[in-house]
Ligand binder design. Sequence first.
Ligand code: PLP
Length: 396
Amino acid sequence: MHPPLSTGRHFLQIPGPTNTPLPVLAAIAQPTIDHRGPQFKALAEGLLRDIRPVFGTREPVVIYPASGTGAWEAALVNTLSPGDRVLMAETGWFSNLWQKLAGRLGLETEVIPGDWRHGVDADSIAERLRADSQHAIKAVCVVHNETSTGVASDIPALRRAIDETGHPALLMVDTISSLASIDYRHDEWGIDVTVAGSQKGLMLPPGLSFNALSPKAREAARTARLPRAFWDWEDMLSANAQGVFPYTPATNMLQGLRVAIDLLNAEGLDNVFARHQRAAEATRRAVSHWGLETQCADPERHSASLTAVRLPEGHSADRLRATILDKANMSLGNGLGPLADRVFRIGHLGDFNDIAVLGTLAGVEMGLKICGVPHRPGGVEAASAWLAGNAGAGAE
Ligand SMILES: Cc1ncc(COP(=O)(O)O)c(C=O)c1O
């Protein structure tokens, strides 16, 4: 037994919640303000304006004091009616959870099965929509970046495929682990509802979640009959128009959001995306040098915000993670559902830089060695050499 690791800082390298930058923490620690006073009104008006470009939208964005699951529910209850059919693509744990939630709300869910190693298959979705001549399917719901597998789907390709069918279903996209990390354009890509959360690319603690809306989604909300109260968009939007919320907002989190948006804007969203690609590329170079396999089996669809790594048969990913936590004071993401103990996930999103990536990889390599997981040593050097040779660049 060694004394608790209390020196240095904990490396929180799970794929969200992510490390919160000090200026954001400092903003959250400011005194709580009157949520109906002039100071809050100015804060809210600025935020409700400035959050839109982060989603690539000019339309309103609804902000809830809730985790991402709440924003999933909000997307569905505002637009759909009991018994409506929704088409979902199985990409992994999170697409399945969204499907379960939809079922509990009384929606008919239909799933395009997936192997948890590839992105959304746009052709299968289009084929299903083409067969739906009665337009029974009211919405297509997909996860942009599947956090359980490290696979990012091609949303513009999906939009094109849906458009070619002429089917009027709404398109809803979960960007909980991609917003402000991977390029995303709500308006340009024709998304009806975008679902997001505070605790990943936005560099805030968990506690806020978001719906970005399209005019078509708001129109659907006028006739949708699933019961909704807390999640009602129009209650929210009419209060927001007055610089308030229909219930007590998470004022301190919103103070943090102000600073997080300012940090993203100071860096520039394109640079933020390039930084994530760069971290992902360096991570994959280490993984491939080690001779380990990524859970993502499609080289075109690797996630820029996390990498899920498979362990060779007979080796425990949970034991590896526990060892790394114990010896290196670093948290890595666990395998979810059928991937439990089979994969570990390296989060490289939010607030980090090259050194944080290399420190993370060094902790992983140390753990592989301690646990006797077969690997070729030198993965950290491979990543470092690539970063050094590509100073300031995104992925090749
Ligand atoms: C892609 C994705 N969707 C949904 C969720 C659920 O969000 P929450 O746990 O904030 O409710 C998560 C959480 O990690 C996620 O990664």
